[in-house]
Write a protein that binds this ligand. Sequence first.
Ligand SMILES: [Zn+2]
Length: 281
Amino acid sequence: MPELPEIEVVGRLISEATTSWRVRSSRVPAANTLKSFDPPLDSLNGRAIQGITRRGKHLLIAFEGDLYALLHLMSAGRLQIYPKRAAPRDRTSRLLLELEDGRELRLREFGTRQLAWVRILHGRYLERDEALATLGPEAWPDPPPFGELLNHPRWLNSVLRDQSVIAGIGRSWADEILHAARLSPFKRGKDLTEVQAAELREATVAILGRAIDHYLQVLSIPIPDKLPMPLQVHRRLGSPCPRCAEALHAVHFEDYEMCYCPQCQTGGKILKDRRLSRLLK
Ligand SMILES: [Zn+2]
């Protein structure tokens, strides 16, 4: 589940490894991964990579001549660089950019669904791209004050993950951030006090920054398929809370669970969980 810290570090590492190298050939083995048709994919051939940056949960590869590849890895995508004569491409391959030295930049996607996507864009259309134009301010390193930003009737776990409100946070880091700020995931954005809004902003910057530092220490090329996410709360149902040692609880949704500490976040209250109440019947 790559989110802001994972995308940031993968982008930096691959940028360092590929900048100024030219693309020899480009392919999209899964044709529906490419969500644009003009300029065509092969217009990247012969162009040097100028760098890779992150926008929210997107990666942006800049090529000489003002061309860009905008990538979204969705929940199961990976961007990796393979050495010359590396293991053969497999069914996870979505976009393949062979570099002039024989290495290959691969967008891969695990699982059965094809959700990761790529668009090739001219620089002049970049800011108008629907994915980028709708992004809220970056959650890290310096987001605007949260009081106004999160002033929303929806609950915090949902508002923090809304990319048009604030860009970069998903399910994993939302759990970690709300735990660090000692706030209930079901508190409404508009009910934050000034102090809580300030503390939540501080927790967001600190937690994401710490995760980035962690990855910079433990990751290098080749980037592993499974990133060592330093999570303490998310997907830790039943584990002791890292702050108070009480057992962490969770609320289950159709395809994910939201973890929290009742002691630290909800004033001791156990939130209603449909799955749990069904099991207890
Ligand atoms: Zn706790």
